[in-house]
Design a protein around this ligand. Structure first.
Ligand code: ATP
Ligand code: MG
Length: 462
């Protein structure tokens, strides 16, 4: 036990990587060829080289190519200033105020070009941190070595020179990639304090790349997790979205929980996952999202957040109903309450609210399978999303599988098949009604309650 602790403490100390030692790896050692670099990135680095500057492909693209994965995008780092880059690359524009970068534009590709940057300012004024150590500014140009040092993980700090097909490596990132290890540059605790989002990045990269977080980088996370509450909520939301859309959402969420990072991220999800029914639905939703990413199908953030918050909406609506409210108003009140509550920490942008609410509120309309209503629902612009949502609910055992099947048959059927389904559905319903009329007032659509319910009634049972 004590030996273990000793080893851990020593190990952590020994593993801190802050002495850069440049190694230049030739093609034979790393295998990344020039023709694997995007056309726009090549044009950009070639133009900068021709003008006498240094230019490298950097960061995630180099890492992904070494792992035989297709990079999401290509970033370039250079010793040319933004104004230099602007002059050298005709179709480009400077963006950003705090730290300027240049967007080089080709046909359908944009490459981000940034000037080598230092973390440590030469004067006190160049670098500012808040009382928790979080960096507020880091806006000084630096050397390539400085630029490597300011990056988060060694695997993300590799520079690829397309001209010579060399990889420039200051912190043995190549070794770490080969060992599938995520190692922080510098003292991990300090780096997390500077930018707590790095803790979430560690989890995302580990899950996505199948890497192990080096013990030195993993150990401080639990103790520093609360620092996430100092991160602006818009940034937290962006990172959460990256996590959920990484194609490894299930694994990301598992690791977030394992590292104690989930509290700050999705306060409501926390309670959901502790209840078997909620957890089942969320896991199904995330599994299906991961599958869609793997299949290169589009994923809608609004749909995803609708699934993550659904359990809470249901529980809240049920509670309001027990206080005497009828179903539809209870649902609407619950939707607003849930959306407001989670906005305090995780700023799900308002623009997603409308879609989430539509997906939720359409669920009760799937219960109505007679008359003109199913035809009208089919025409609804959000039908497809609401139906996908219904399928997940059926898989989670929240509604009968036969209901989802009915809607599948109805969508796929021709006119006759659809009419036959309607009849089949109407008969038992009529019989039930004759026996118990009171059901109408308490139905999901809240028929007796408002104009919406009664207008939907026409055409039914006529
Ligand atoms: P992805 O495949 O998710 O885009 P990436 O490594 O390219 O992965 P980006 O967020 O696009 O990640 O950032 C590009 C590079 O900038 C990273 O590889 C890393 O070197 C550096 N970087 C990004 N965010 C941080 C951060 N918070 N702290 C330190 N370095 C960072
Ligand atoms: Mg990137």
């Amino acid at each position: 036990m004590i030996i273990d602790l000793f080893r851990r403490v020593l190990g952590r100390k020994a593993r801190i990587v802050d002495q850069p030692r440049l190694r230049v790896h030739a093609l034979a050692q790393h295998g990344v060829r020039r023709d694997q670099i995007s056309a726009c990135a090549l044009r950009t680095t070639d133009a900068l080289h021709k003008a006498g500057f240094e230019a490298f492909v950097v960061g995630g693209a180099v890492r992904d190519l070494l792992l035989n994965r297709a990079p999401k995008d290509f970033d370039v780092a250079t010793n040319a200033t933004p104004d230099d880059v602007r002059r050298v690359i005709r179709r480009s524009r400077i963006i950003g105020r705090r730290f300027q970068i240049v967007h080089a534009m080709c046909n359908d590709e944009v490459v981000e070009v940034s000037t080598f940057r230092a973390l440590q300012g030469s004067s006190e004024d160049d670098q500012a941190a808040d009382e928790h150590g979080r960096l507020i500014r880091d806006n000084v140009f630096g050397s390539q070595e400085d630029d490597a040092r300011r990056r988060d993980f060694t695997a993300n700090a590799l520079f690829y020179d397309p001209r010579k097909q060399e990889i420039w490596d200051y912190f043995d990132g190549l070794g770490d990639i080969q060992a599938r290890r995520l190692r922080m540059i510098g003292d991990p605790a300090v780096r997390y304090r500077e930018d707590p989002v790095r803790m979430l990045r560690a989890v995302r990269f580990a899950a996505k790349l199948g890497f192990r977080i080096d013990e030195g980088a993993r150990a401080p996370i639990r103790g520093l997790a609360d620092l996430l509450s100092n991160v602006p909520s818009a940034r937290l939301f962006d990172e959460m979205l990256k996590l959920l859309l990484s194609g490894h959402a299930v694994e990301c969420l598992r690791q977030l929980r394992a590292e104690g990072l989930h509290h700050g991220m999705l306060p409501l999800i926390d309670t959901v996952l502790d209840e078997p029914e909620g957890a089942r639905f969320v896991n199904l939703a995330l599994t299906s999202t991961d599958q869609r990413v793997a299949d290169d199908k589009p994923v809608s953030p609004a749909f995803l957040f609708a699934t993550l918050l659904w359990h809470q909406v249901r529980v809240t609506a049920a509670r309001i109903e027990t206080e005497g409210e009828s179903a539809v108003p209870a649902l609407f009140t619950a939707m607003d309450a849930v959306l407001d509550a989670q906005k305090v920490k995780l700023a799900i942008p308002r623009r997603y609210d409308a879609v989430m609410k539509e997906i939720w509120s359409l669920q009760s309309r799937f219960l109505q399978r007679g008359g003109q209503r199913p035809y009208r629902l089919l025409e609804h612009p959000r039908f497809r999303a609401a139906w996908d949502f219904l399928v997940l609910r059926a898989e989670a055992g929240e509604v009968e599988a036969s209901l989802a099947q009915w809607w599948e048959d109805f969508q796929d059927g021709d006119d006759d098949a659809r009419a036959a389904l309607l009849v089949a559905e109407d008969r038992p319903k009529r019989r039930r009604r004759r026996g118990g009329r009171s059901r109408r007032g308490g139905s999901d659509e809240g028929g007796g309650n408002g104009t919406r319910g009664s207008s939907d009634d026409d055409g039914e049972d006529a």
